[in-house]
Design a binder for this molecule. Structure first.
Ligand SMILES: Nc1ncnc2c1ncn2[C@@H]1O[C@H](COP(=O)(O)OP(=O)(O)OP(=O)(O)O)[C@@H](O)[C@H]1O
Ligand SMILES: [Mg+2]
Length: 612
């Protein structure tokens, strides 16, 4: 099951409460209700005044000390009061709209903020298991609905329900017998809208769910355009897109059909109400004055219109509320551990850790509670400043060591100590701070300036950046770019070659001068020169840094202080390269070296003695 189809049936009350809370809570509700009530009262007042006026001009009794209308002055007086009623009504209507608009805007902003915060604080697992299109959808479609769509529908719902109440009041006041008819009609309406609502909300959900694949497919196609073209696969991708669009269009069409279905029934019921009112007024024509008959007929039209409006707007509002539901759900995603250090933790400078000693103690970790462990009890110690080469078959759990170290996933059991401190007791920003750094398997660059990519928090001077660039031989290249350090990096760093991206990641680490550095060697081959530059930089620029180098080529790590051989989530061997090579039979590292062929094995062995 996925959370996209999690919500079924009608939208829960909790969603409305959540939305109104975000709109401003009780204060908002009070302002809205009072402006609505006053608006309705003044509207009714104006109509009521009109009947008085007509009565007075027919020679009937006066109201409020304004006598019967027998001359121009008193007529003007009636007109004046009428204008006051209408003016009051306009002011309160404006007020209501203002209250509502500000409330909706603040709800949209608040939900967006909460959602963004929650998504950014979500653990890695969330991003691995949630399709990107779905997240994009929340931040685009759902956000747009809350920004624009929902206000009109909610406002319509509330306004029409008040409108409805006033028309019921007027009709019953004039013609009490109508209350029976109104009860029956209201019941029928209720039944109809219940039936319609279930369908319509579900169809709207289908609509928004079927949008995600369109967006996802679009993004994927765009990204893979080169591959698609080179395999001449355009037709397939176009067809998939078409079928995604078709399934979305089906939902949209069904939605239109359902509203037509409802429309026909509502109009028929409405006509019945007006007919019944007319009939009753005709039957009791001797007991009811002409003015009141007019009022009753007018409001029976109003009754129908407002009821139709109410059913339409409330269903639409409800389906728009889907978006609020989805955003609320995302704003309540379970977060990772706290970023800040707990209060009782020892004071840490931003240069933590001071030494860089890394201890893994019987570390067991799985990627999800439902999955079996990937690290199955790893124990080793990296002393401050030691260079450790990590080798092992693909899938042995080498990269997972880094996942555990940066706490992208919490351990099932065991501990990781850095300089004697159990890192699970720290805030995440300590573990992922300046002091501990990774050069990942796939180099990651962000769109922005080069400076932002090298020093995202803007804490280092330009001279530091230039020195670091120089040490990997990139300063010439960067000086040639327009804007130099402010040169633009395109999305994913696509305006740099893979090797250059790798170098930029190395530069990023050099600038930070971490105490602990994890290097996950790129599997995608980088040209030999670049590789040499990277290796040299790693050797010369991080002398005091504890280094864990995950290597795919033995050449990279054969001269390191120690070698850690991972096998199926366990530490198979750990020791100096020379010691491991001396093991006669059954030495995993030795057999790995031998497997490279006689000549290269000799070469590697001769290098194993020489420490860096
Ligand atoms: N995000 C993930 N979710 C679930 N399982 C994962 C995830 N990443 C890795 N694994 C599993 O964990 C095991 C170890 O993976 P890991 O990436 O640590 O291997 P590795 O030694 O780095 O391999 P390689 O040499 O190919 O980089 C593998 O069996 C893999 O299937
Ligand atoms: Mg790996």
């Amino acid at each position: 099951h996925t959370d996209e189809d999690r919500a079924q049936g009608t939208v829960a009350l909790g969603v409305y409460i959540g939305y109104f809370k975000a709109a401003g809570g009780l204060k908002f509700a009070f302002c809205l209700l009072s402006s609505l009530l006053l608006e309705r009262l003044t509207y009714l007042g104006a109509d009521w005044w009109l009947t008085r006026w007509i009565q007075a001009s027919d020679g009937g009794g006066g109201t409020f000390g304004l006598g019967s209308v027998d001359n121009q002055t008193s007529n003007n007086n009636y007109l004046g009061v009428y204008i006051l009623w209408v003016l009051g009504n306009s002011i309160f209507a404006l007020l209501r709209m203002l209250v509502f608009s500000f409330g909706a805007a603040s709800a949209a902003a608040r939900l967006f903020r909460d959602m963004a915060r929650a998504v950014f604080r979500s653990p890695m697992r969330f991003f691995e298991t949630t399709p990107l299109g779905r997240i994009t959808n929340r931040f685009s479609y759902d956000t747009e609905v809350l920004d624009f769509g929902i206000l009109e529908k909610l406002n319509g719902t509330i306004a029409s329900s008040f409108w409805l109440m006033s028309s019921v009041t007027v009709i019953i006041a004039v013609q009490p017998i109508m209350s029976g008819v109104i009860c029956i009609v209201l019941f029928l309406y209720y039944k109809l809208q219940l039936y319609y609502r279930k369908t319509s909300v579900q169809i709207q959900r289908l609509d928004s769910i079927s949008r995600s694949p369109i967006q996802a497919h679009f993004a994927e196609t765009l990204q893979g355009a080169v591959t698609i073209r080179s395999f001449e696969n355009q037709t397939d991708f176009t067809n998939v897109m078409m079928s995604h669009i078709d399934s979305n269009a089906r939902a949209v069409l069904a939605y239109s059909a359902a509203s037509r279905w409802l429309g026909v029934r509502l109009e028929t019921l409405g006509a019945l109400v007006t007919a019944a009112t007319g009939l009753l007024c005709w039957i009791y024509r001797d007991q009811i004055s002409g003015e009141l008959t007019g009022l009753a007929l007018l409001w029976s039209f109003n009754f129908t219109i407002s009821l139709n409006f109410l059913v339409n707007k409330s269903t639409e509002a409800e389906s728009k509320m889907n978006s609020a539901e989805r955003m609320l759900h995302y704003s309540r995603l379970p977060p990772e551990a706290s970023l800040e250090d707990p209060k009782d933790a020892p004071e840490r400078s931003n240069r933590w850790p001071p030494e860089g000693k890394v201890e893994f103690q019987d570390v067991v970790m799985s990627y999800a509670d439902s999955l079996s462990p990937v690290l199955k009890g790893c124990t080793f110690t990296a002393l401050p400043g030691e260079k450790i080469g990590v080798v092992g078959r693909t899938g042995a759990g080498k990269s997972t060591l880094a996942v555990a170290l940066f706490r992208l996933r919490e351990l099932t059991s065991g501990r990781i100590l850095i300089d004697g401190v159990d890192i699970s007791k720290l805030g995440l920003s300590s573990v992922r701070g300046e002091g501990i750094c990774i050069i990942p398997q796939a180099p990651v660059l962000f769109s922005g300036t080069l400076r932002y990519n090298l020093d995202p928090f803007d804490v280092h001077e330009d001279a530091v950046l230039w020195r670091a660039l120089k040490s990997v031989g990139m300063s010439e290249l960067i000086r040639a770019l327009p804007g130099e350090l402010n040169a633009l990096v395109e999305e994913g760093g696509s305006n740099f070659s893979v090797g250059q991206r790798q170098l930029i990641c190395v530069v990023r680490a050099i600038i930070r001068q971490p105490r602990v550095l994890v290097v996950d060697e790129a599997t995608a081959s980088v040209d030999p020169q670049t590789d040499q530059v990277v290796q040299n930089a790693l050797r010369t620029e991080f002398k005091a840094t504890t280094q864990l180098t995950i290597a795919h080529r033995l050449q990279t790590i054969v001269d390191s202080d120690k070698v850690l051989v991972m096998d199926n989530g366990r530490v198979a061997e750990f020791g100096t390269p020379a010691d491991l090579l001396e093991k006669k039979e059954g030495g995993v590292f030795a057999s790995l070296v031998n497997a490279t062929g006689r000549e290269s094995a000799e070469h590697l062995k001769s290098q194993a003695g020489q420490r860096r």
